[in-house]
Design a protein around this ligand. Structure first.
Ligand code: SAM
Length: 270
């Protein structure tokens, strides 16, 4: 079976490899990634008028953004559906929410393209760093189905071009060539335009100043903090990380590596 995503046909084998990736990385996922509050604060402001909302985070993973959103919205959110196709990620999310005494959530082990929720049942849907794993047109269609009229879908992602400007895109050979699942803005706009009952309301660009050490960066890459690194063979990865280290040593103080990460947030109205 093949699934067409971003103009690329992904084989069942490829999808299986990525599923295994999320299974393996689930217990350490939150520690390997950097989580930013800015998109959460932005979404909270956008949802300011509403009350007792029902929402969903699709592709929620181990819940690092879901938890922040649940806390930030507080009582304004009555029920948050945490949806992911990886049960290993959802196990981590459940423990994480338990530790933080957040109880107004439901876990749904489900595919983003066929969600077991009623039509017109949600006040908002969010998705962080996940849409490049989905079949985007079907995800948009399904989000439109479960959202009530005049409610919002928030998609937080990084564009293909933004990916070329981060520390990996600039210094890790073949990082951007291997990562061919990300979209450009015009591709996202086109898919939204082609989804009945959805329209793009606004676009917000985010830029974060980052500082790290070479040791931490190497730990992240070797820990596969981006699934992109799974797309390298062992030989390719070893070669690229050697060059990456050389590039960092030549261009920075290894204890003060600086760059900018960029992301985009699409506010889509149903
Ligand atoms: C890069 S992680 C991001 C997780 C989380 N949103 C975050 O920012 O930490 C992508 C998540 O999407 C999930 N995923 C991938 N394909 C999916 C699909 N078709 N349906 C639902 N979830 C999916 C993966 O299991 C993984 O947890």
């Amino acid at each position: 079976m093949k699934e067409k995503e971003n103009g690329i046909t992904k084989s069942a084998n490829f999808l299986h490899k990525i599923e295994n990736h999320f299974m393996e990385i689930a217990p350490r996922y939150r520690k390997l990634r950097t989580t930013d509050m800015e998109p959460i604060l932005f979404i909270e402001r956008e949802l300011n008028d509403a009350n007792r909302m029902h929402g969903a985070d699709i592709g929620c993973g181990a819940g690092r953004y879901t938890l922040r959103l649940a806390k930030q919205l507080g009582k304004k959110c009555h029920l948050l559906h945490c949806i992911d196709k990886s049960e290993h990620m959802l196990i981590q999310l459940k423990k994480f929410f338990g530790k933080h005494s957040i109880n107004h959530f439901k876990i749904l082990h489900s595919d983003a393209h066929k969600i077991p929720l009623e039509t017109d049942s949600l006040d908002f849907v969010v998705s962080f760093n996940a849409v490049h794993h989905f079949d985007m047109p079907n995800f948009l269609k399904e989000s439109s189905r479960i959202l009530k009229s005049k409610s919002r879908l928030f998609v937080y992602t990084r564009l293909k071009s933004q990916n070329t400007r981060n520390v990996w895109g600039m210094h890790f050979p073949n990082f951007t060539d291997k990562e061919n699942r990300l979209y450009e803005l015009d591709e996202l706009e086109h898919m939204i335009e082609n989804t009945p009952n959805l329209s793009l309301k606004s676009i917000r660009f985010f830029e974060y100043e980052r500082t790290s050490t070479l040791a931490r960066l190497e730990e992240q890459a070797r820990g596969y903090h981006y699934s992109t690194f799974r797309l390298f063979s062992k030989k390719e990865f070893d070669k690229s990380i050697r060059t990456f280290k050389k590039n960092i040593i030549e261009n920075y103080d290894v204890n003060n590596v600086t760059w900018k990460d960029q992301n985009i947030l699409l506010v889509i109205e149903s």
